[in-house]
Write a protein that binds this ligand. Structure first.
Ligand code: GDD
Ligand code: MG
Length: 351
């Protein structure tokens, strides 16, 4: 079976982090996000993957390459202008046939794709969407099912008074490649607002399969933090590990230098080439990207730093999210801020 990953969105809700780095390769526990999805696919025997990209395609290609290091074959289809979720799938038409798994490129999940496939085959479905239960369905696609699992209604981003169920589209589909004919080429077309409702009108065998596996859309800063936490606490189980070796506090990369009086409080991920100064406290739930330095007496709690961040002496970070190369001046205290790449915070700041 082949897979298409829809990875062409702008990641607007994750700005400023996605200004220079598209959402599909934002690091989670120091690993580009797509690697988690590839691990899930691989675990279910899917090794032929097409990435449907549009925003910053070269950045994605530079990180993911041809997939050889991930044990998959990775090919790319690139839209000059984003064509929407169905348009992005349509763009892969020349490369897929038979049954295809389609994934939204921002879903962290360990759903049982093999069980979903068994359901799909048993029902004689031509389209099956995975559903998950959420507290607030209004930011998702709400899906009502018939008793036998057929989709009765698909309503994208309903207003609160239109919500009739808590089962929403989990952004994971099994689709017959022949259904691609229903998607016009070269125009913006939506999976959720056009393609799925069209399947219902045409009475195509279209089913929903409810999963209770871990599931999260990483599309906002709050969700991104939640995803990091879930991985650190091993709530989500995927066969991917950060670079380096596991120790009592978490994963520590190569060439990391930790002062003797510094403390790591588990769980943490410390990327390669990080330096941690005297009496610094790092963790719990902290991720330091490669080449990050933590000054003496700094406190870094529930914080995510991308690569090459510099935290000066005496900084206190609690719940912060820092893009690549941020520089935090000495004794600055930051709470749950989100700083874009290269932000410079003067000493003694409070935010
Ligand atoms: N190739 C391509 N082209 N990909 C796109 C485009 C496009 O024009 N637009 C969005 N994508 C990709 C995004 O990169 C993302 O991985 C995925 O499609 C979904 O887009 P989002 O922008 O994240 O959508 P959403 O989160 O608001 O809603 C979608 O996901 C929910 C589950 O998280 C919908 O599918 C909802 O129905 C669903 O519940
Ligand atoms: Mg999303």
């Amino acid at each position: 079976m082949q897979a298409v990953i829809l990875a062409g969105g702008f990641g607007t809700r994750l700005r400023p982090l996605t200004l220079n780095r598209p959402k599909p390769i934002t690091p989670l526990c120091a690993i580009p996000f797509l690697r988690y999805q590839l691990a899930l696919l691989r675990a279910h025997g899917v090794h032929d993957v097409i990435l449907s990209v549009s925003h910053l395609p070269e950045a994605i290609r530079a990180v993911m390459g041809d997939g050889a290091s991930e044990g998959v074959r990775l090919r790319y289809v690139v839209e000059r202008e984003p064509l929407g979720t169905a348009g992005g799938f349509r763009n892969a038409a020349g490369l897929v046939d038979g049954r295809v798994v389609v994934l939204n490129g921002d879903i962290l999940t360990d759903i049982d794709l093999s069980a979903m496939l068994r359901f799909h085959i048993a029902r004689g479905a031509r389209a099956t969407i995975c559903l998950t239960r959420v507290e607030d369905p209004t930011v998702y696609g709400v899906v009502e099912l018939e008793e036998d699992g057929r989709v009765r209604r698909f309503l994208e981003k309903p207003s609160p008074n239109q919500v009739t169920t808590d089962t929403v589209n989990a952004g994971t589909y099994l689709l017959d490649a022949e259904l691609l004919e229903l998607i016009p080429s070269g125009t913006v077309y939506s999976m959720e607002r056009q393609f799925f409702p069209d399947l219902l009108t045409r009475r195509v065998p279209f089913y929903g399969w409810v999963s209770d596996a871990y599931w999260l859309d990483i599309g906002t800063a709050q969700k991104y933090r939640q995803a990091s936490r879930a991985l650190l606490s091993r709530e989500v189980r995927l066969p991917v590990t950060p670079p380096g070796t596991i120790g009592p506090a978490g994963w520590v990369g190569d060439r990391v230098v930790i002062a003797e009086s510094a403390k790591l409080l588990p769980p943490v991920v410390i990327g390669e080439d990080c330096r941690i100064g005297e009496r610094a406290h790092v963790g719990p739930f902290t991720v330091l990207g490669a080449g990050t330095s933590v000054g003496a007496d700094a406190v870094v709690v529930e914080t995510i730093c991308w690569e090459g961040v510099s935290l000066s002496e005496g900084t206190h970070l609690i719940g912060s999210l820092l893009g690549q190369g941020c520089r935090i001046g000495e004794h600055a205290w930051l709470g749950p801020v989100v700083l874009g790449d290269g932000a410079v915070i003067p000493p003694y700041s409070r935010a």
